[in-house]
Design a protein around this ligand. Structure first.
Ligand SMILES: NC(=O)c1ccc[n+]([C@@H]2O[C@H](COP(=O)([O-])OP(=O)(O)OC[C@H]3O[C@@H](n4cnc5c(N)ncnc54)[C@H](O)[C@@H]3O)[C@@H](O)[C@H]2O)c1
Length: 390
């Protein structure tokens, strides 16, 4: 008779700062950390298990107590310094508003914690790079949210690229956005700080870090950016129904030159009404094939199935262009991208392997946002020098 052995389980304490916010609560606490804990942790390559224990941190004790109660969480505090000084908590997770992030990360690095943070990692590239350097000097492992890379549509895109489907990739066209209500007759569906530059808002700071890691991981590092930014809706109403002046752009129209010559154009807008299948879509054209991918879906057209339109404004075009595309089948089980990335980060932490989506990668995202803002301000293309820790 064989004896059954119970695998060893290691519990890792995680400080979760900003857990009352949209991202902190839904994506990081509920969908990731509690989900991992409830399934008994993750299996490591050596067969042992790693599970997680959250410490909720925030400014409002009442809010923390309510979340802790709702989800049966034992630990919460408003004292970040005490949490950072306590060796039971090995990882510091940051989901604060962007403006509050750099100061908190600096403290957590000084306390020797492993860092896992939302993007953007800071408001300026100098500060983002300084954080990456401080972490490297302190020998602290870092991870930055790259959640969009884990979307089913983008995973399918990666597979298409890896298979050589596209031939030589020429260009990428991205459309991101939807209508964010002004807040007067219908409440806005995003926090009001997003529309105030002085509070760290703006669609460039919000979205360009995402575009940076998507572009550099799928098509090539970003070498230059030209962006046109606009505050299309100058008057908005906040969470209390109070009027405020929007001071941050609610739309940005960007052109990006990539290593290897691919050209990307991405529109980012909170002032557009959706007429696409999904809230974000990327259209990729290559010499041998093209694809349109979204959050979930991916459709392709090979060179052999490409119609041959002839421009003639006098005759109605009889092609049904949609009909020439075929869906990429779904044959994998995809889980929430935030959770997938947490699991990979925790595995990398436990096994001591290099983690690619670190604070330096985060700094490149901030660099692209800053360059995008500069380009919009100065009305010219801005080159992006390669960032390094030294
Ligand atoms: N990865 C993504 O797809 C994604 C999507 C949206 C937002 N984000 C990023 O996540 C972060 C949080 O965004 P959100 O939409 O959850 O915002 P939110 O306003 O819902 O939450 C922000 C959190 O920060 C706390 N906070 C606010 N001001 C603070 C201060 N001065 N000091 C300390 N704490 C403070 C709030 O109490 C709250 O817990 C932002 O950096 C944003 O860029 C990422």
């Amino acid at each position: 008779m064989s004896e059954s052995t119970t695998p060893t389980v290691r519990e890792v304490g995680i400080i979760m700062n900003g857990v009352s916010g949209r991202m902190g609560y839904r994506q990081h606490l509920l969908r990731s950390i509690l989900a991992i804990r409830e399934q008994g942790g993750i299996e490591l390559p050596d067969g042992s298990r790693l599970t997680v224990k959250p410490l909720l941190v925030g400014r409002s004790e009442a809010k923390l107590a309510e979340i802790a109660e709702r989800h049966g969480i034992a630990d919460y505090t408003t004292d970040l310094d005490a949490a950072l000084a306590d060796p039971r908590w090995e990882i510091y997770g940051d989901f604060l508003v962007t403006k509050a992030r750099a100061a908190a990360l600096r403290k957590a690095i000084a306390a020797g914690k492993t860092i896992y943070t939302e993007k953007p990692t800071a408001e300026t590239v100098d500060e983002a790079l300084e954080l990456a350097r401080l972490a490297a000097e302190a020998g602290v492992k870092t991870g930055v949210v790259h959640d969009k890379l884990y979307l089913p549509g983008l995973l399918k895109l990666r597979r298409l690229i890896d298979s050589g489907f596209f031939g030589r990739i020429l260009s990428v066209r991205g459309e991101f956005g939807y209508w964010v209500f002004e807040g007067d007759w219908r409440p806005a569906q995003r926090p009001s700080w997003n529309y105030r530059a002085e509070d760290g808002g703006g669609i460039i700071v919000d979205m360009f870090p995402h575009w940076n890691y998507i572009l550099e991981n799928l098509f090539g590092g970003v070498r230059s950016v030209y962006a046109q930014a606009s505050i299309h809706i100058p008057d908005r109403w906040d969470e209390n129904g109070e009027h405020y002046d929007a001071t941050a752009e609610d739309a940005a129209y960007g052109v990006f030159e990539l290593d290897g010559g691919v050209i990307a154009q991405i529109n980012s807008s909170w002032t557009t009404r959706v007429n696409r299948d999904e809230l974000v879509e990327f259209h990729v054209d290559g010499t041998h094939g093209s694809a349109v991918v979204g959050l979930f879906g991916a459709k392709i057209q090979h060179r052999n199935g490409t119609p041959k339109p002839v421009w003639n404004p006098d005759i109605p075009d009889e092609h049904d262009y949609d009909a020439f595309w075929s869906q990429v089948p779904v044959d994998d089980v995809f889980q929430n991208g935030f959770r997938q990335q947490w699991e990979e980060f925790l595995t990398s932490y436990a096994t001591g392997t290099d983690y690619p989506y670190d604070l330096l990668a985060g700094a490149r995202g901030v660099q692209l946002a800053q360059a995008g803002l500069q380009s919009a301000r100065e009305g010219r293309k801005v080159e992006l020098p390669t960032l390094s820790l030294h």
